[in-house]
Design a protein around this ligand. Structure first.
Ligand SMILES: [Zn+2]
Ligand SMILES: [Zn+2]
Length: 406
């Protein structure tokens, strides 16, 4: 299979070009028309048919608007298949950017008020590279390779919009893998997780409706600031009193907003808290108890409330699939460059796929510990590893199909 690595090397220039193009047109969220069109165009140039995949349900769309996100009318996922029949392995690349400016001095920097500071542009480019390799070897494929280009990963829901639109059917997906590039992992190193790969993230936006009035007459008002304050304190107590100290679970408030002047008791208050954990039991408990606590404190002080919730589960990797795929990774990067890693504290919406299909999640190093981390405006990636990413994807798919064809 060393041959495949050589073939991938020849694609390096094209992969870099694809990456740089996507890097300069960063789009945020679920609705990424320009990036999706570019991916479709590149697939078509390789003779690969693709189709759009992703449903933006009205309730989900409204939830995001309520949380202050721009209106996202569509989810522009792109799906393509190479080969035919069963079994089927799916390769995932996300391609959404972040709502932040890039502060780098590179000729292909983003000039928009958005940027690829999580490296998802490289994921799409590497999967396009893999697409070319797989298309060149299509006649040898013992089944189907499905390519998943997903928007909205940073919203924690893009993969779900595609699953809801039939992503995992026709043909049915039997295994899946995703690669995330990392600026702080040494160049060319691949890391993997056994079991949990990323934490869950549940976001609660709590809107409290009080009754505003003059600060001299609190008895005639319902003070939403006080209710928000008590809810916040109670939620922190919930974490220390009802969640096992064995469970790694954090609840943090990121938004607390209310009021305009000292002599006005405001009408409303907003509180947003996020729960992250690797522990399914702890998560279940807090998901049940949080609404009860909000309800009790709001009612105790005659307030009303509304909770808007966003949920993204933990990514669980499948042990057998991971082990099998790592053998194919080793053929591309060498055994010595593969290392186990602890679960990521961050969240990855590939979790929705991994919930339904045996999956693995790999990290590909493109930097080192001295580099700026992801989501930093100065994050840069070493482009020299891109062909390896393409080769890993392609080799994993080919070898997995070889092993599992009937
Ligand atoms: Zn990110
Ligand atoms: Zn990311």
């Amino acid at each position: 299979m060393k041959q495949l690595l050589e073939e991938a090397k020849l694609l390096q220039e094209q992969i870099v070009a694809d990456r740089r193009y996507l890097h300069q047109i960063p789009e945020v969220g679920m609705d990424l028309p320009e990036s999706a069109a570019y991916i479709e165009k590149r697939l078509a140039e390789m003779g690969i048919e693709s189709h759009r995949c992703g449903v933006m349900e009205e309730s989900v769309r409204q939830k995001y608007i309520k949380m202050g996100f721009p209106d996202m009318r569509a989810s522009t996922g792109v799906v393509a298949t190479i080969g035919s029949g069963s079994p089927c392995i799916m390769l995932r690349a996300d391609f959404d950017a972040l709502p932040m400016e890039e502060i780098n001095d590179l000729p292909f920097c983003s000039k928009r008020n958005a940027s690829h500071m999580c490296g998802h542009d490289t994921h799409a480019a590497m999967l396009l590279g893999a697409a070319k390799l797989l298309k060149d070897h299509e006649s040898e494929l013992k089944g189907t390779v499905k390519l998943m280009f997903q928007p909205g990963e940073e919203m924690g829901y893009g993969s779900k919009t595609m699953i809801d639109d039939g992503l995992l059917e026709n043909p049915k997906v039997d295994a899946a893998m995703a690669i995330h590039i990392f600026s702080t992992t040494p160049v060319g190193q691949v890391t993997y997780c056994s079991g949990v790969a990323s934490s869950s993230l549940d976001t609660f936006a709590i809107h409290i409706q009080g009754k505003g009035g003059h600060s001299s007459t609190p008895d005639l008002c319902v003070d939403p600031i006080m209710i928000a304050n008590q809810i916040y304190t109670a939620l922190n107590m919930l974490m220390t009193r009802e969640v096992s100290p064995q469970a790694v679970a954090t609840l943090s408030g990121g938004v607390m907003r209310s009021g305009t002047a000292v002599n006005i008791i405001p009408d409303t208050a907003d509180l947003q808290v996020g729960l992250r954990t690797y522990n399914v039991e702890a998560r279940k408990h807090v998901l049940e108890r949080l609404p009860e606590i909000v309800d009790a404190y709001a009612k105790a002080w005659h307030g009303e409330y509304e909770i808007t919730m966003f949920n993204c589960p933990c990514t669980f990797t499948d042990e057998t699939t991971t082990k099998e795929l790592l053998e194919s990774v080793a053929e591309m990067v060498g055994e010595k460059n593969i290392q186990a890693m602890p679960p990521m504290a961050g969240t990855e919406d590939f979790s929705y796929v991994a919930e339904q299909v045996p999956s693995t999640f790999l990290v590909l190093g493109a930097g080192g510990p001295e580099q700026y981390p992801h989501h930093n405006p100065r994050m840069v990636l070493d482009e020299s590893v891109f062909y390896q990413g393409a080769a890993i994807h392609a080799n994993c798919a080919i070898e997995w199909l070889n092993k599992h064809s009937k």
